[in-house]
Design a protein around this ligand. Structure first.
Ligand code: PMT
Length: 360
């Protein structure tokens, strides 16, 4: 067993599955069965998009948590472009992060679009505001796409908050997708845009209640008795001078399992976010070498909406290839989304991948 496999089985053995996992699995099953019965699984491609950041709770009754940066813009916009290009989409996202179609209207308050009529007796639409929204954001087009994809059940939204929920749900989705697609799993695209925590505290070692900062309370025997005796990874007391000390475990590198166990013929894309541009390409290459998947998309925090780089192996598997996609000055001013440029390129790569398997 590799270190990655060991860390991963430890994770699932020692952390409890989210309570709503059976409901999530039932929803997913129903979605896949619906498309199987309609013959879509043989006709359409499918993409699993992960989006948003995972949290790491510091208490079992969680008041404090560590968060990973991501608004869900990349994932939600990408999901929308995949849908508009004929894919079925499973959208695994952080609860309350941006959603496909709604992402265009993130800062719009829908109450401003409504008005009160007939002396407070009737609800009406402010037609001027709706019409402005339409001209500013192409509301009619977005709405038509939204209605079409919802009516045809082309996408399934599943949410997570914690790293625990994310990993358990990703595993459940992966097992189901593997079973439904079997040897046709080259039709599956895995698009891991979520920002996943690298460190966490196992649930059994979390304090039960809100961490106290008051030294008098911390030293009160009654308070000490009410605490989880296993909660040793978080330390705060007079011996730490009231400083909070955290000791975090590494999260298993799940990408390895994804590549080896579930999606061995699927097209797998991971993302790499850095802030130092001198490191970006190096880290993308390291990820490819470590996980042996198909493509890493690199982006820098500061410019992630304007440029991304595709890093993959050369056809002969010797060395790496870099392709940059950058918005021009005028495209940035016109609000063009970088996803509209690079998602069609990804789809071409996936189509070539499928052709390769189908021609065998
Ligand atoms: O949502 P936005 O605000 O638009 O921002 C989008 C983004 C910048 C978050 C996105 O484009 C992006 O880069 N996402 C990946 C962030 C990142 O670097 O994640 P990571 O270093 O935690 O993970 C790298 C890859 O390994 C990811 O694809 C992740 O899914 C995978 N991973 C991570 C941890 C882990 N334990 N197992 C994994 O498989």
């Amino acid at each position: 067993m590799t270190v990655e496999n060991e860390q991963e089985s430890d994770f699932f053995a020692t952390n409890p599955a989210p309570k709503n996992l059976p409901q999530i699995s039932a929803k997913l099953h129903e979605f896949l069965e619906f498309h199987q019965e309609n013959g879509n699984l043989n006709k359409k491609k499918i993409v699993l998009v992960t989006s948003g950041g995972t949290t790491v709770p510091l208490e079992n009754n969680t008041v404090r948590f560590i968060d990973n940066f991501s608004a869900g813009t990349r994932g939600s916009l990408s999901a929308e472009y995949f849908l508009n290009n004929g894919y079925l989409v499973i959208f695994l996202h952080r609860e309350f992060s941006l959603l496909p179609f709604l992402n265009h209207f993130g800062n719009i308050n829908f109450l401003d679009l409504l008005q009160i009529e007939n002396d407070g007796q009737k609800l009406g639409l402010d037609k001027n505001k709706v019409s402005k929204l339409n001209s500013d954001h192409n509301l009619l087009k977005v709405l038509k796409n939204y209605k079409y994809h919802t009516a045809n059940r082309n996408y399934l939204s599943i949410s997570f908050t914690t790293i625990n929920e994310y990993l358990f749900t990703l595993r459940a989705i992966s097992e189901d997708l593997k079973n439904f697609y079997e040897e046709k799993n080259f039709r599956i695209l895995i698009y891991l845009a979520a920002a996943v925590s690298d460190f966490f505290i196992p649930q059994s070692e979390l304090p039960e209640h809100k961490i106290q900062s008051n030294l008098a309370i911390l030293e009160d025997p009654q308070y000490q008795q009410s605490q989880n005796p296993e909660a040793k990874q978080i330390e705060i007391s007079s011996s730490t001078n009231g400083k909070l000390k955290l000791n975090l475990d590494p999260v298993p590198k799940f990408l390895k399992t994804i590549v080896d166990r579930w999606y061995n013929n699927s097209f797998i894309i991971s993302f790499k976010l850095e802030t130092d541009d001198g490191l970006l390409i190096k880290k993308c290459k390291q990820a490819l070498a470590r996980y042996d998947h198909q493509l890493v998309i690199g982006n820098l925090l500061q410019s992630r909406k304007e440029k991304v780089v595709f890093v993959n192996k050369n056809i002969d598997q010797q060395g790496y290839k870099e392709d940059w996609f950058k918005l021009k000055e005028n495209e940035i001013l016109d609000g063009v989304q970088i996803e509209s440029i690079f998602i069609p390129e990804l789809i071409k790569l996936h189509d070539n991948w499928i052709d390769h398997f189908e021609s065998k």
